[in-house]
Design a protein around this ligand. Structure first.
Ligand SMILES: [Fe+2]
Length: 241
């Protein structure tokens, strides 16, 4: 499996609190079948997690990969961000303060939980128009998707892609999220499943249970597409669909 959404960078957001936490998260990921993670710290959230990309993040990435190699953990970490929809995202992407997933065309985008459908769509279209491909992080957790599940289809029709959280599938975010994520899967509107892991204790990088649920309720091929084939295409900057 390849995980394109994980808060494994230490001490920068509400994810891993230290390098030791990151090591434990990496151990969990590797031991449950994850080969690579794209580190996606929250960013572009004013006064909370600004985290505009800089040399410190490059050094952090290098240190994580060196540490995992030294400790014999077979896991590669790539760089990325979970970009909050605020202000002029496009300008920041162009000037390098915001970055894509492993320098690909794919941008992981996060919305405020009470964002209206029209704003989400407009943002996705604007990012697409600039040659990037927006991947909407966990839409099953957004109010607009609850109110109108067709909004997921609209995002996909405008060239956006959909990432479901592994936790939503196994019910960690409550029955509504579980139901909506299942409906999205059923209508073949999901493109990726990722951990959105924040620690080694809860919301961990272990996606094995969710992988099993998708295999049992849908098919092994569908699970392979969402956990492996599509995420790897993003890492390699290849076409997803
Ligand atoms: Fe996240």
């Amino acid at each position: 499996m390849y995980d394109i959404h994980c808060h494994i960078f230490p001490g920068v957001d509400d994810g891993s609190g230290s390098i030791n936490d990151s090591v434990e998260m990496a151990r969990i990921a590797a031991s449950t079948g994850v080969k690579a993670i794209v580190a996606t710290p929250h960013c572009n959230i004013p006064q909370l997690f600004e985290n505009y990309w800089n040399e410190d993040f490059e050094n952090m990435l290098r240190k994580l990969n060196e540490t995992f190699a030294l400790k014999g953990i077979p896991l590669t970490v790539y760089k990325g961000q979970e970009v909050f929809n605020y202000g002029d995202v496009i300008s920041h992407l162009k000037n390098g303060r915001l970055i894509t997933l492993n320098c690909s065309r794919y941008v992981l985008v996060e919305f405020d939980f009470d964002t209206m459908e029209a704003e989400a769509l407009e943002t996705a279209e604007r990012i697409r128009a600039e040659g990037y491909v927006p991947i909407v992080a966990h839409p099953e957790r957004y109010g607009f998707a609850f109110e109108n599940p067709m909004s997921i289809m609209k995002i996909r029709s405008s060239g956006g892609l959909i990432q479901i959280n592994a936790g939503s599938i196994r019910g960690s975010f409550g029955p509504n999220c579980e139901k909506l994520s299942s409906a999205i899967l059923k209508s073949c509107a999901a493109d990726f499943i990722a951990s959105d892991a924040h620690s080694q204790y809860s919301r961990t990088p272990d996606m094995s249970e969710s992988h099993e649920i998708v295999c049992n309720n849908f098919s092994y091929d569908y699970a392979k597409l969402l956990f492996e084939t599509n995420p790897l295409r993003v890492i390699n900057n290849e076409e997803v669909r």
